[in-house]
Every structure is written in structure tokens, then in C-alpha cells.
Design a protein around this ligand. Sequence first.
Ligand SMILES: *Cc1c(COP(=O)(O)O)cnc(C)c1O
Length: 387
Amino acid sequence: MQHTETLSVHAGRTAFRALGVHAPPLDFSTTYPIHDLDGATASLDAFVQGHLVPEEPIYARLFNPTVARFEEGIAQLEGASASVAFGSGMAALTACLLATRPNGTHVVAVRPLYGSSDHLLGSSLLGMSVTFTNPEGVCEALRPDTALVVIETPANPTVSLVDIADIVVQAGSVPVLVDATFATPILLRPIDFGATFVLHSATKFIGGHGDVMAGVVSTSDFWAEKLRQVRIMTGVLLHPMGAYLLHRGLPTLPIRVERAQASAQILAARLHTHDSVKAVFYPGLPDGDPKGLIGRQMKGPGSILSFEVPDHEAAARVLKRVRLITPAVSLGSTDTLIQHPAGLTHRVVSEEGKTAGHISEGLLRLSVGLEQVEDLWADIEQALATP
Ligand SMILES: *Cc1c(COP(=O)(O)O)cnc(C)c1O
């Protein structure tokens, strides 16, 4: 197999030579001319079953070649049979929940999770019930009507790592969905450890420039068909412009991930010894990876870290004082972002969920970007200085 860097440059571009192009062609058509009615009818029947018929696309809710090329690229990076792209990470999670519903209306979810994922699962919006548990409690939480097990690694916002292979064993015949948004396919390929679905909010690292909202799920051919059926029926599409930008960014994904990770490692170590910081959560620190998953499951600790200052007031002061770092939600962008999980991304999580996820009022989450690390440290130091 090719190395990740090489694969990232060429993923989803195999047809370019035959097409005679160098950049991904961008197709904005919403409809396509039909010259052969019976052929188009057969194509429509195949699309409704979740199959792909690129030569007879019919209508943009059924198929778009720009989106399909991005999907092919992600599937190659994940080592998956297929990928299906959506208009956001939440749309992707919704599609997985709807696709697995025929097998039961119960879901087991390991906390902590991204705030909106926790919110969606905990609500009865999609007609399912959820049991929230910890990584050790999955087997015990299963029921005969459990359709899906949902985990996130590294988990948001405390960056704790979950052992995917262990969860897959506990889940038995129930499919496991891994939200690997924080890791990217560069650092973690959950399919290699037995996951059935790998979900990314492509809004984050895969987009990488803070200008596209998207989600993508990589899985088997069987489940990809089910997900495409949901996408066709509900219309939770990714626009081709978004797919184009995401595909454009894939070649630089490995170097973006590695550079940001190198800076995060330095910042985590310095925050760890800073007087104003109570705790740092980062799997690259000596105590940050108790199960020894870096090396075994994940190539490196990534570029997201969280740290705790004494209280809400101290956290708010840091957000007010940063000058270079952008105080904003989201993550995985070229610029470094800082935010307050309890007040923002995890606001919608119940008190019980916040406690289980160590989401305190003094916790700040930092998504390290591509700026020079000493400039970042200078900004963090002045923001943390005693008032
Ligand atoms: C942002 C995020 C999501 C949701 O994705 P959107 O693109 O915002 O809908 C899901 N999971 C994780 C881990 C995220 O960070």
C-alpha cells in the first residue's frame, strides 16, 4: 500500500487521466438530460436502492460526480469500501441513526461526545432511546433492540482515547460508529480496528480552512447503500462546491495535521507546568494515554488539547485577552482557535453528562493551528498572566 502522504495527494483522482484534467471538475448541474427513458428509469431504480450509476445521473439529489470523487478519496484514506458525504457532521450522524433504525430503536453511546451529538442522541427527535455509558460499560448496556454503538476518539473536549477494538468486542454483532473527527484519517483508521462506520465532521480538519460545512461516513458497501438511501430520501446533501474544496485540501492534510500536532505537543508541555493552569488534557502528555493507544491505535496525539484554569471568570478572561488566537468554536482550521466547552459547544449537554465528561467551568479547549509555535505561546502566556 502507498504511504499516507502519497495517497492523500492522489486519492479520488484516478479518473483524471482518462478525463484529461488536472484539477477536480466541478459540476453544478441540478438535473441531467435524459435521452433514453427506459435507461433512465433503470438508473433511477438502482439509485433508490443506494447504488451508484455515474453514467446516468438524472438529478443532483441522486448523484453528483464532484461529490463522488471526494467520497472516493476519503474511502481510500480510510481503507473503507465506500464513503458517503453529507451537508454537515450532524447530518452524517443523523443518517447513520436513521440507516440503522430498522435493526432496533436503542443506541449505546460512550461519553464524552461532541455536545450536539450528545444532544441529538439524548433527545427523542429520531424516535430512539439511548443509554449513555463509559468505555467499560458497553457490553452491559446492550439490549436485544440495540442498533448502534456510538463512540468518539479522541473524545470532545477532554481528548480522552477510547480503545476501538475493545468496544467492537463488547458490541458483538452490533455495528460500532467511531466519530474520529479529532484524529483525521491521517492519524487513525477505525475500520482497521473493526469499526463499521467512521464519521468525520469534515467541517473541521478535512476542510481545514474554516470555510466548508460537511460530514462524511466511511463504511462497507452494504451500509453505504443504506446511507445513500437515507441521503436521497431526506436530502441531507453535500453541495458540490463544498466537495470540491474538501477534495482540494486532501493533499495537504498530512502536513497540516503533523505541523499542528508538533506545536500542540510543545504547548501542552508548557501549559502543564504553568502556574495558572490546574490540569492539561492531551494524550501526548506522560499521563494522557493510560491505555497506551498511541502507536497501537493512533499514529499521534493530534492537535486538540484542553486545559483547566481555576474558574469561569479566569476562563472568560483568557478568551477576552487572546489577540493572535481566535476565540471561536469549531476546530481543525489553519488558525488556532480557543473556546469554552461548558458555555458553548457542550452547553446543551446535561449536568450529569458534563460531570461525566469533566466539562468544568474552568475548562478551555484549544485547537492548535499552523502559526509559528512561539507566537502562539507568547499569546497564551500574556492571556494567562495574573490580572
Ligand atoms: C463539529 C463536530 C461534529 C458536528 O459536525 P458539524 O459539521 O458541525 O455538523 C461532530 N462530531 C465532532 C467530534 C465534532 O467536532
